[in-house]
Design a protein around this ligand. Structure first.
Ligand code: VGL
Ligand code: ZN
Length: 200
């Protein structure tokens, strides 16, 4: 147990909380729905302190290179402007949340919310030096977002209650967490955040 106090240099990054990544979706992450309540609690905490909340979304064209029809590893998912690409209706995005769309061209994939977006500049413009990260999936978009966040010099806290892994291979989630820690990311529990609503 640690106590984490937020400061004006903190932002919350909510990764890909979309219908297709939740159980029943085209690329449903096992137990992905378990992160909705913790993420809602974090969003409430950040919003109550006037701190930035950024929600990324996978936003693919119909003929995206990551889809099996094009020899990619995944079934079609998160096609822009479809129901599967929408944020979960249980996700309580605060007013003023910044939405970052990624992987929105046919011939390139982008797991990281920094890749091909303006996220780095947008964070720096707001004076952000530390990002708190939750969302889906631990072993793909969360991992790659954290790798880029560290490369861009941001401090990172990964909230373990607020992430779940795809686990194409068993252990991928654990390995992703270990890799993020090696890169200098900290891990935390939801309850470590001072002032977080007890009953999320
Ligand atoms: C993701 C697989 C394919 C993710 C995105 O958001 O983690 N995973 N596209
Ligand atoms: Zn994708």
């Amino acid at each position: 147990m640690q106590t984490i106090q937020l400061s004006p240099a903190d932002a919350l990054l909510v990764i890909d909380m979309q219908v297709d990544f939740l159980p029943g979706g085209q690329l449903g992450v096992p137990k992905g729905d378990e992160v909705i309540a913790p993420i809602n609690a974090l969003m409430g905490l950040f919003a109550s302190q006037g701190l930035p909340v950024i929600a990324s979304r996978d936003w693919h064209p119909e003929n995206h290179c990551s889809f099996s029809a094009r020899g990619g590893p995944w079934p079609p998912h998160c096609v822009a402007d479809t129901a599967g690409a929408a944020f979960s209706e249980r996700l309580a995005l605060p007013p003023g949340a910044l939405v970052v769309s990624k992987a929105d061209t046919a011939d390139a994939d982008a797991y990281s919310a920094f890749n091909g977006t303006h996220l780095g500049e947008q964070l720096r413009a707001r004076g952000v030096r530390r990002v708190v990260v939750g969302g889906l999936a631990t072993d793909y978009c969360v991992l790659n977002t954290v790798i880029d966040a560290r490369a861009e010099g941001f401090e990172v806290i990964v909230v373990l209650d607020a992430v779940r892994a795809v686990e194409v291979a068993a252990g991928d989630g654990e390995r992703a967490i270990a890799r993020m820690e090696e890169l200098g990311a900290r891990t935390a529990a939801l309850a470590d955040f001072e002032g977080v609503a007890a009953a999320a």
